[in-house]
Design a protein around this ligand. Sequence first.
Ligand code: NAP
Ligand code: ZN
Length: 334
Amino acid sequence: MSKTINAWAATSPHILEPITIERREPDENDVAIDIKFAGICHSDLHTAKGEWGELTYPLVPGHEIAGVVAAVGKSVRDFKVGDHVGVGCMVNSYCLKGPTFTYNSKDPKEGKITQGGYSQYIVVDQAYVLRIPDTIPMNVAAPLLCAGITVYSPLKHWGIGPGKKVGVIGLGGLGHMAVKIAKAMGAEVTVFSQTLSKKDLGIKMGADNYYATSDRSVFEPLKRSFDLIINTVSAKIPLTLYLTLLRRDSTLVEVGMPEEPLSYSQRVGVFGSNIGGIRETQDMLDFCGEKQIFPEVETIPASYINEAYERVLKSQVKFRFVIDISSMESRAKI
Ligand code: NAP
Ligand code: ZN
């Protein structure tokens, strides 16, 4: 039997509201999860506001999910009731058809549009469930499922370690995780933020250098000094300026996904990078658990989601909002 649960959904580009949704009964390969915390990723805002294309409202965003296993199907071997688990951006994948995303994706299994983690409960195929190490508290585990893996993957892929210089553009949800993870990998880390307002926090979380991009004089002395630059900015910025900061044969990785595509006027190594695979996500969780690398979070009740969205848009989040899903309990069913 399906289960009716409380959730918060975008009902238009401008507002999120409480609704109820149905979750399927777990089949033999499924893990049913009581969601405890869900992070607010800027991708949730791009999607909910229709910036990445049309969508059907109501849409429940949320792909940074941390919860506790409530039930498992009979073929599930690696998870048991009570385990701490996470779900990220994907809930399924079919080779030729590509991944089924956690929300706003047509689910070939159910024929419905997927609904995400701003909700009390979710049912996911075991292959897309991650184990959260005991050493990571649940509320800070949630943002690792997207922000963490999205920056861990390129840092790992481009061989970041001691002796490497990494630049991070934008100190938001992804950016601050890039700083912490690059530092833990042994790199020298430089932040490029719009202002110096978060400088003390950035230094405290591991940045060796911190610049305000509003001051254009900072770029000239940094020419040809970086091995890798990660752009995490959610808006279009003049990236050509940053390309001049790269050493020969080094790379700029674009993980920000602004509404308007970025343009480049130089021929250099610019790569896009999209989240990361399931195995790599588990590696990242284990790495963060072992090194005790946690996101800085502001934990909020669901009733604060609309205000949180406004603050994310104004770059006023330090550094990830995480929704406490227990705040959805008391709401009367509608
Ligand atoms: P976020 O927390 O809002 O951080 C974005 C940061 O960008 C802000 O904190 C701000 O940093 C900077 N910024 C915002 N507007 C700016 C502007 N107009 N000019 C210059 N800098 C600006 O967002 P997030 O959750 O980290 O996500 C960042 C981007 O990555 C989004 O586009 C999101 O969709 C995308 N994303 C991609 C993937 C992927 O797989 N590739 C995964 C997750 C997210 P400062 O205040 O320091 O300037
Ligand atoms: Zn995300």
